[in-house]
Design a protein around this ligand. Structure first.
Ligand SMILES: [Zn+2]
Length: 435
């Protein structure tokens, strides 16, 4: 079978031969033994003539794959499960796969550290970026594909399961509780998540749109650390346009986490991030801004990661200024100094898989936006950003399209390529415009 990679950054993940329109995941999770029993119903649409469906599933075993009641043959190839359809699909044709699977899910370890399903001291966390989704459900694991989701999570009584999307209902049996969520806005697989812990729900504002889930003992500190979340929401809506989802949920795990994590409509922090210090507040702003840049507007291939991370870093600086801390120009100058002291061997718009989450991509990406903001002027710059998020809401983006969009909003005589190419496509660090 001919085999081409959807994305050279994440080889063997994702397929362009078909798309999954909807995932319905019914998971039974036993925390003491970290045992997962899952049924995944995938609504598939062929994009090419499709005889074999290549799904990603790692560390778990398929017990049975069914299509219209017929059992299908499956075979493993690296991180892929190849499922042979009984009848070949023509492009545009749909079918439904039912996959029963089981095992002890765990992170997979690679150049980006440990990603995927992770056992906490008392619960579960999922860190999906970039290829961690396959550690807990069979999926077409590339962000170029977005799908709707239903999650039905059954786990030990007393624990709270938090997933993306709207909470539908909770069912209680003697020792097991079931939590149901519906994610109706399209979502990339790496942003799908389940978080399980001894969590209490805390409102972060009066509208019910901002919610925290945290260990009861941390409630006071959570209220403190996230006290500016409503203010942040106002600022970001003013700068980036309407918040793209129904709710924003913050999960605070009862563990220390090296870095917070983003998921769609949801961010995950550790107890070590509960502080009013800049270092914690900037991460709270950073993760929140990913709801626009990353989750609603999602990269078309991983090399465009600066369209998520550069924008999120720029959002930190905006929040710094708006909250009375250092202004945009000072944050930019500090970032430039930091970059100047480091190796200048990275291409921001195509950093390569190992450096995709390198801090230089974040900082230099943010500086490119800062330079654009100075050149366009603040009001036209934010108008450009708001139309960027509106035009590409719940869709996909790449660097060329962003540059073309910015050019459309630039005053006569400004050449956006000439302005930003040195920041995005060359290694030497350009000088920062003075003042
Ligand atoms: Zn980020």
């Amino acid at each position: 079978m001919p085999h081409h990679h959807v994305d050279s950054y994440t080889r063997n993940y994702g397929s362009d031969a078909y798309t999954v329109e909807r995932y319905e995941l019914e998971l039974k999770i036993k925390l003491s033994s970290n045992l997962l029993e899952g049924t995944a119903v995938l609504s598939i649409r062929a994009l090419e003539p499709l005889a074999t469906v290549a799904l990603n599933l790692t560390g778990l075993r398929i017990a049975k794959a069914l299509c219209q009641g017929r059992r299908l043959a499956t075979r493993r190839r690296g991180p892929q499960q190849l499922i042979r359809l009984a009848t070949k699909l023509a492009p545009g044709e749909r079918t439904e796969l039912v996959i029963r699977y089981t095992g002890n899910p765990r992170t997979h370890d690679g150049i980006w550290g440990e990603i995927g399903w992770e056992e906490l001291t008392d619960g579960v966390l999922v860190a999906g970026q970039p290829t961690g989704a396959s550690t807990w459900f069979p999926c077409n694991d590339h962000p170029r594909h977005k799908s709707t989701y239903r999650f039905e999570i059954t786990t030990d009584a007393g624990y709270t399961a938090v997933c993306n999307g709207r909470f539908i209902e909770q069912r209680r049996a003697a020792s097991r509780h079931t939590w149901i969520y519906e994610q109706s806005e399209p979502m990339a697989s790496y942003l799908a998540t389940v978080q399980i812990g001894l969590y209490q729900q805390l409102p972060l504002d009066s509208t019910g749109r901002l919610l925290a889930y945290a260990p009861p003992a941390a409630a006071q500190r959570v209220r403190g650390a996230f006290s500016r979340q409503p203010e942040m929401a106002e600022l970001f809506e003013r700068c980036f346009g309407p918040y793209p989802f129904e709710q924003y949920k913050v999960v605070v795990a009862d563990d220390e986490l090296e870095i917070p994590l983003e998921a769609q409509g949801l961010s995950i922090f550790g107890v070590n991030h509960l502080s009013m210090d800049w270092e914690a507040q900037r991460l709270i702003a950073h993760e929140f801004s990913h709801q626009w840049f990353g989750n609603s507007l999602t990269l078309d291939s991983w090399k465009h990661i600066w369209l998520h991370e550069g924008f999120a870093c720029f959002a930190e600086w905006l929040y710094s200024e708006a909250s009375g801390d250092l202004d945009l120009a000072t944050r930019a100058a500090q970032a430039w100094e930091l970059l100047d002291a480091q190796a200048k061997d990275i291409i921001v718009a195509d950093p390569g898989a190992p450096d995709m989450f390198d801090d230089r991509v974040y900082k230099r990406g943010a500086l490119a936006l800062y330079v654009l903001c100075r050149t366009l002027g603040r009001d036209p710059f934010f108008a450009m950003l708001r139309s960027w998020t509106e035009t590409n809401r719940h869709a996909h983006v790449d660097t060329d399209r962003f540059l073309a969009h910015a050019q459309d909003h630039a005053p006569d005589g400004v050449n956006v390529h000439a302005l930003l190419d040195p920041w995005l496509f060359a290694k030497p660090l350009p000088l920062l415009p003075a003042g």
